[in-house]
Design a protein around this ligand. Structure first.
Ligand code: MG
Ligand code: MG
Length: 262
């Protein structure tokens, strides 16, 4: 069952989302060659708790950290640790915050110093796919509209969408119905009614779509070791259209196609 949120609920999610956005901005300013991912995790946890929030991932099904850090061929769910970020890496960071009973969830893939043209294009297309997905999240539409938009941008560019990992409803819990796959058919799937809140999160690769679980029981890696990118926003379906709750200052049209990193 899809749990619809009231306008008041959505404001609470937006307040959680503000902390998520600020955490990602803080981490972006700290990413440089030599920084260990566990230091980013520590910084994020301290910041989130300092804002009165709770890191939503910590302890979730036993996850041991406050954020996920997934470099290069790691798609998602990387556990922060001793890994030191290197020049030329791309690093996906996923942040979830619970505030006043509501969760917001967002992810970003950051370039570390100079990255290859292919990596730049992967990040740019993933971000564009997210923008297209958000633009398609219209009241009265279907989840498939979002899925098809993400898939179309990604595959037109010659990249692959990971099929075994999906976006999701979000609200009082981090994972609610409906699932929001990054592939699908326009006009199919659950209706996007006003008050639906979803995390739209393209996870794409520069190679094949196949992924596998690593030995740590959490990290998901591309099977062909190709680079992977992940961008995510929590979005509310409103009468006026999609509202991003994890980047309140940026409208979807501005997100789509904009540069990889300002
Ligand atoms: Mg996330
Ligand atoms: Mg998510």
């Amino acid at each position: 069952m899809i749990v619809l949120k009231s306008a008041r609920d959505i404001e609470k999610m937006a307040a959680a989302g503000e902390i998520v956005a600020a955490t990602l901005a803080l981490l972006r300013s700290e990413i440089r060659p030599g920084v260990a991912t566990r230091d980013l995790d520590w910084l994020a946890e301290e910041y989130i708790r300092g804002q009165g929030g709770v890191p939503a991932f910590k302890g979730y099904r036993g996850f041991p950290a406050s954020i996920c850090t997934s470099p290069n061929a790691m798609v998602v769910h990387g556990i922060p640790g001793a890994y030191e970020v290197q020049e030329g890496d791309i690093l996906s960071i996923d942040v979830g915050v619970t505030l006043d009973g509501f969760v917001a969830d967002s992810a970003w893939t950051f370039p570390v110093g100079e990255i290859t043209d292919k990596a730049k294009r992967l990040l740019s297309i993933c971000r564009e796919a997210l923008g297209a997905g958000i633009d398609a999240a219209l009241p009265g539409g279907r989840v498939g509209d979002v899925s098809a938009a993400v898939q179309s941008v990604t595959e037109s560019a010659g990249f692959s969408v990971v099929r075994t990992l999906v976006g999701h409803g979000v609200g009082r819990s981090m994972h609610e119905e409906p699932q929001v796959p990054n592939f699908g058919t326009r006009g199919c799937g659950a209706e996007l009614r006003v008050g639906t809140t979803i995390a739209i999160e393209p996870m794409i690769t520069a190679g094949g779509a196949e992924v596998a679980l690593a030995d740590d029981g959490w990290s998901i890696l591309t099977v062909d070791s190709s680079l992977s990118a992940h961008f995510e926003h929590t979005v509310a379906i409103t009468d006026e259209g999609p509202r991003m709750l994890t980047e309140p200052e940026t409208r979807p049209a501005e997100l789509a196609g904009s540069p990889v990193v300002e």
